[in-house]
Design a protein around this ligand. Structure first.
Ligand SMILES: Nc1ncnc2c1ncn2[C@@H]1O[C@H](COP(=O)(O)OP(=O)(O)O)[C@@H](O)[C@H]1O
Ligand SMILES: [Mg+2]
Length: 544
């Protein structure tokens, strides 16, 4: 608020909050760091889990950075940018979400120290930008080329991705499922592999044990056939996918039908029956023997379909319809009258089977053999959910390696090597930016330090030892959190895709830089918004 000849000038509505310059920077950095601190304790194989309870009392127990932040309903704008870091990381690389957020937090902590030494934010931004670019180069140079279908490498990477997420006994079992699934869907194009993970469907069913989780070559639908008179099993299935209710249509307009005599009622019912019969006849005429319907199938339609020996399933999820279309080559038809034999898909077998006392429909030997399902089993809802997240990470990590054929050492080895090399680079650059690049280098050590801390080791001691070992033994020495000592991570089988590390540094530095550039936060008053939003219909009248 400025004063001009005694008149206050208001340029913003009353109640607007505004922070400028250092205040804005400090508050943003603080908010972002709180987010990083929250997920920090979950990092690595010895990281802890978080229990999140939502307003309805639903509980999620997880160790997954992206999931935690997603469930937390974060409000502060700078904190929200950290949530975006996790989301981008998840989307681009599939793993390393916690790593990216923790690095971003540490980059900001280091930046704050520089701000306290009166170094201008633009210098820090410049130094961080240079360091982030150099880091990508260094990572490329320390990455190891591997054969994309090397089973042993893929198994190690998948196992590394799920350490801490699944119980130890089950780790290899799940890693193998992820590797097998990705190998099945991988397609070779011009000598390179492409993995479309949409071809891998994860279906959860509580009950049994994690070991009962299985890979099915085909699509599994969590539904049963609509009528007991239908076949349970159809071989050489010709599949129709219908997105229309096989029911008598309710009149849409407010038309009223006056029925004045029993004959008329009879005629009316017959007419309805005829319509349903025609729909089913149309399906039968195309040669279909299996129907997946996205909408309802009424009793009469069920009866006719059963009589025609067709296995039908109703109220199939839209996403499942799309998976079925892709897998069987069928076209989803929105009007039964338009259904032709060409629209049908094919599978060797469609069968209803009992899983955990409930019926599920298995579609196997599909036209497109690339469609697979992992049917996840586990004692409780929380277990199957966490197994699902573990498998998602493992699948994406395996995909990264199959597509890129490049790996780096995990356990903080790559971060330490980056820190050492960026320190050397800082000296080359010199000037004021040198300090910022050194700060960037130092910030990356947060990963090995946290891995050690979370494992109950002395972080300072571990860091000194690992750094020293790098100078003699090379870039792959990291923290073996189980043995509590520096070790060659490649030898211990702790490996990660290059893509995960490159993306983690990229998204972390981008977010940190974006937050550092902000020197003015103008937030509209919550009060004003509540006043506007709270005015429900009719509320005004009640005041009088
Ligand atoms: N056996 C292991 N020993 C040491 N570090 C490991 C081991 N397994 C995984 N890690 C490290 O744990 C980190 C990943 O932890 P994780 O909790 O999965 O977080 P993120 O969400 O970042 O993937 C990586 O730095 C990885 O190298
Ligand atoms: Mg991980």
């Amino acid at each position: 608020m400025a004063q001009l000849a005694g008149q206050p000038i208001l340029i913003l509505p009353e109640g607007t909050q505004r922070y400028v310059g250092k205040d804005a920077q400090r508050l943003n950095i603080l908010a972002a760091r709180i987010v990083a601190e929250t997920v920090r304790t979950t990092l690595g194989p010895k990281g802890m889990d978080k229990m999140l309870v939502d307003s309805l009392g639903d509980i999620v127990i997880t160790n997954d950075g992206a999931t935690i932040l997603d469930e937390m309903d974060i409000q502060h704008p700078a904190a929200k940018m950290m949530v975006e870091v996790a989301k981008t990381q998840d989307k681009e690389a599939g793993d390393g979400t916690t790593t990216a957020v923790v690095i971003a937090g540490e980059l900001l902590r280091k930046a704050e120290e520089l701000l306290n030494q009166n170094i201008h934010p633009t210098i820090i931004v410049k130094g961080y930008t240079l360091a982030a670019e150099k880091a990508q180069e260094i990572l490329e140079s320390i990455a190891k080329d591997v054969s994309p279908m090397d089973e042993e490498i893929l198994m190690k990477a998948a196992t590394t991705a799920i350490t801490g997420k699944a119980a130890e006994e089950e780790r290899e079992y799940l890693a193998k499922l992820a590797v097998d699934a990705v190998k099945l869907v991988a397609e070779e194009v011009d000598g390179k592999y492409i993995v479309d993970i949409d071809n891998i469907k994860l279906e959860k069913k509580e009950g049994g044990s994690v070991r009962d989780t299985q890979l099915i070559k085909g699509v599994v639908i969590d539904k049963e056939r609509v009528h007991p008179g239908m076949p349970k099993k159809v071989e050489n299935a010709k599949i129709a996918l219908i997105n229309e209710a096989l029911e008598v249509k309710e009149t849409e307009t407010d038309a009223e039908i006056r029925i004045t005599s029993p004959e008329q009622l009879q005629a009316f019912l017959e007419q309805e029956e005829k319509m349903i019969k025609e729909m089913v006849d149309k399906i039968v005429a195309t040669g279909a023997n299996v129907v997946f319907c996205q909408k309802g199938i009424d009793d009469l339609a069920q009866h006719y379909l059963a009589k025609a020996g067709i296995l039908a399933v109703r109220r199939v999820k839209k996403s499942d319809m799309e998976k079925l279309a892709k897998a069987t080559g069928a076209k989803i038809v929105t009007n039964v009258r338009d259904l032709t034999p060409d629209d049908l898909g094919y599978a060797e077998l469609v069968e209803e089977r009992k899983v955990a006392g409930e019926n599920m429909v298995f579609v196997e030997g599909c036209k497109n053999p690339k469609a697979v399902t992992i049917l996840i089993r586990g004692g409780t809802e929380h277990v199957v959910d966490e197994v699902e997240r573990a498998l998602e990470d493992a699948i994406k990590v395996v995909k990264d390696i199959v597509e890129d054929g490049k790996i780096v050492a995990g356990g903080g080895a790559s971060e330490i090597e980056l820190a050492i090399r960026l320190d050397e680079y800082a000296k080359e650059v010199g000037g004021k930016e040198q300090l910022a690049i050194e700060a960037f280098a130092d910030a990356l050590k947060v990963i090995p330090r946290t891995l050690a801390e979370n494992a109950g080791l002395d972080p300072v001691d571990v860091l000194v030892k690992v750094t020293a070992a790098h100078k003699d033994k090379g870039a792959t020495i990291g923290v073996d959190v189980f043995a509590g000592e520096p070790a060659d991570m490649l030898e211990r089988g702790v490996i990660e895709p290059l893509r995960v590390k490159k993306q983690a540094i990229k998204s972390a530095s981008e977010a940190a830089i974006m937050i550092l550039r902000i020197d003015d936060v103008i937030a509209a008053s919550k009060l004003e918004k509540e006043k506007e939003g709270g005015k429900g219909p009719g509320e005004e009248e009640t005041e009088f």
